[in-house]
Write a protein that binds this ligand. Sequence first.
Ligand code: ATP
Ligand code: MG
Length: 767
Amino acid sequence: MAENLDFIREIVKRDTASGRYGGRVVTRFPPEPNGFLHIGHAKSICLNFGIAREFDGACHLRFDDTNPETEDMAFVESIMRDVRWLGFDWNGKLFFASDYYEQFFGFAVRLIEAGKAYVDSLTESGIREYRGTVTEPGRESPHRNRTVSENLDLFTRMRAGEFPDGAHVLRARIDMAAANMKLRDPLLYRIRHTSHYRTGDAWCIYPMYDFAHPLSDAIEGVTHSICTLEFENNRAIYDWLVETLFDAPRPRQYEFARLNLDYAVMSKRKLLQLVEDDFVSGWDDPRMPTIAGLRRRGYTPEGIRDFAARIGVDKANSRVSMELLEDAIRDDLNGRCPRVLAVLRPLKVTITNLPVDGIDWLDAPLWPRDSGRDGSRKLALAREIFIERTDFSEQPPEGWLRLSPGGEVRLANSGYIRCDEVVKDPLSGEVVELRCALDSGEDNPGGAGKRKKRAAIQWLSSAHAVRAEVRLYDRLCAVANPEDVEEGKTFKDHLNPDSVTVIPGALVEPGLAGVQGGDRFQFVRNGYFVADEVDSKPGAPVFNRIIELRDGYKANKAAPSPAPPAVRKPASVRTIPDERTRSRLAGPAQAARHDRFIATPGLTAEQADVLTSDPAVADFFEAALAIHPDARSIANWVVNDLLRELKGRALSRLPFGPPELAELAAMTDRQAITNPAARTIFAAMMAGGGKPAEIAARLGLDRVMSDSEIEAAVDTALAPLGEKVAEYRAGKTNLLGMFTGYAMRAVAGKADPAAVQRILGEKLGQA
Ligand code: ATP
Ligand code: MG
């Protein structure tokens, strides 16, 4: 273990020494399966799994899957693959928060029974109003003193599906005057009639992060729960819950600074936008800062782990320069990549003093001399070769070390060529061929003084070279901090338009014709390359540039070939304010809004971030909120539906405005239409604008099914569930939520949920 422990490892060491947990060390990595992991997650993975490894403990992989809207099994699979690829193993400790739903429910009931939780029926805006502000204490909800039995009754019925989304919430009964606003009776459960990727329609109430997270940790016997700094204020809820519900030794939460990397966006939500809006080819596009993207790009797990070690673990947020990551990757590639020749933009050279049919087989080492590694291949030197177009200059600048008319240059692994003649296309004037003479390759021919130091350039015999597609990648974002953009712009306005250059007609050595996806090489003077794991095929190789060689050794500069130097550039870490203060930088108005949104009940911190990421979005949100004052409802429509469907288009181009969205939200909330109907209407509005009520009428979605129609639909829904119905009648009443889900689906948004519930109840009651 390293001598210099970071502050978290110091704590773990202290707790191990004091025997606080009987010597046990249990950490966890708790991703939400709502996207692919990114390099920021890698930092957390290295920290959590690293500590477990170093202290002989365990690190659990736990999917924090309590938001039914955004989660998916495909993300679970990608996350497991990425953690393994990074070189870590959860050793069978794989958990899902959704497996604890029943236990969570039991703990919530215990809180209610102890008078420490209550069902609140204030609207979202009511909850916000009662919550107070940073300077004023909150007020107690009129529902705060409901009796235990009243609370139990309501909570059980929430679970049974009796109420629509948003009708009630379960809140912890802590302190409405607490200075830490998070402690002002935080929400523990909300109603969401939405299918979950694992539990289906079994539940229609879902626990909040603040409730599910500490409980999951305690249930699993986690000792050190390590998360990022945004959750600092949530720690008070964490402690309150584990102290109220569990015996010592309890898990403790510690916060560290998240990774912010220059030229990259580091949030699944933003990465999802890049994927959905086709800015990139997918989550694994080699420009993406996702683990899958970096893997396809050719980055190595060893290099990424080394990067994590180099940046360390800190308590203050900062940004990390891209060079730091690139240095770590380059240092790792240097030792593992054989050196080969490739010509990206070929220019024909005829060596006039070689015979037409003659081939000289040269022995060329695959590794630099000082690497201590053996291995070589034969290179064919023939009369017609290709060199890099950029290695020739007709009018060379001062200090040019490569080929020019009358000048000479060294061919890698061979001798010198002197350019005697430049052949041009008579029409375009483009240089199409150089006619050169080959020299012995001695440094001082005829003993006439040492030759001036020349670059050794890459070249390939035209008869032997193999065509390859080469993709040169550059940074995804054109600015160092894409989060910090002018008012009215988003990170998507700052994408680098030249982040990829595809060269279809590059040439590589014949030995590379049959590479396997994932094989890595240093193309001498051009950088490190990997055979693309998706598109490279035997006989038709495709290479991605992983990274350029160190500055000063790039293709366009003269470079001694082939070994890059062992010197390491000093790490440069710039400390500038991160995302949390970004909105402040965008101006006082945005900052005030951000504060207000953060303090608004029903808005998550993430939603507050999203809503203030762009003033136009915040304007839209507030305008809709003024018409339908239900922050949760409006925020859900804006964040989950509107922004996702906008796919990067400007809000000003939307065919409808805040009043229409507010009307749709209001119709949905008062159940004039059902949720599925609302989605359909929303899609129609996106496509062509219009008023929700009119669209509903046009599509027949405002028509409520008659009782007999509902009965028929419920019968159809229950028909395949005979066994479950029998269990229900035998007393397993918690199946009601599941039946409700099936029944609601069967009426396809054309019935009043209360009527469905009533008819379902009647049907289930009939033996
Ligand atoms: P995102 O905003 O990208 O979706 P998240 O925090 O919502 O990130 P989770 O899936 O909840 O994503 O994160 C799993 C774990 O990874 C958490 O413990 C979180 O603190 C950590 N994590 C997420 N982003 C970073 C980052 N940039 N640097 C370090 N750790 C991170
Ligand atoms: Mg998240």
